[in-house]
Design a protein around this ligand. Sequence first.
Ligand SMILES: [Zn+2]
Ligand SMILES: [Zn+2]
Length: 281
Amino acid sequence: MPSIIKADFHVHPDYSYDAARDTIDEYCERAVGLGLSQICFTPHYTAVPSVINKFGFVRKNGEKIPVKSDWLGDYIGEVRRADDKYRRQGLRVFAGLEIDYCPEIHEELKKRLVEEYKIDYMLGSVHLVNDDLDIMIPSEAERIFTRIHPEEFYENYFREIEKIIDSGLFKSIAHIEGYRRYGAGHNPAYADNASIPFAHFARIFEKLHKKGMTLEINLSLFRDGRNVTNPVEPVLKLAHDCGIRKVAIGSDAHRLKDLAISIDSAVELCRKIGFGVFSLQ
Ligand SMILES: [Zn+2]
Ligand SMILES: [Zn+2]
């Protein structure tokens, strides 16, 4: 039986400009109360050139500042202080980032995030497809999902996922069925288990496994009452069949009350499929 611990590996503290003002310390306090043994923060890091003027920001001391400005030292310092403080209460605290990838910024990500700042957890995320429209923003999602056929969408989407894996920079992939949230409103196929693009997933999971990466079970759909994991159980079973043995659980909380949302059901699902829960050190 693989070890099962409670860990939330996808949390947006106040450094994320799209998150509430809840601080690292407040999240850690709550994590202890919820009985978590690890928490990993993942502010957005969007430096893709075509959208950097739109999304390339973080929040520091209440101010919205460019993602490439000087903030990572403060962020990591705050995480390390929290780790020192909460370790005694049984909680380990890590500094991750949720990153939009494209090959044009590979060297920059490698030098700054991996080599210089030694980010603990590089979480790769595909928000942008087709002319860099964001599938997580309703108005942009509408332009994508009403214009192109799901088959074409999947080709484009999974090509972006493969770039993340091939880059060798990342530990995990976030919300791999990210298109479910807004795609289903325009085409029910995106939320229909009978239409899951299993062939794409099998190719992706074999690659993930070969690279020694993990996969995220994202719990953000529990926030709005849809009550399904992302990816859903049949996709997770395929991941297990492809050799993946550990998954990272992530609430994707953007405010304190969503920390570790429905984590018990995710842990139970891991146990049922046979996954261990990913953790660091
Ligand atoms: Zn995301
Ligand atoms: Zn996120």
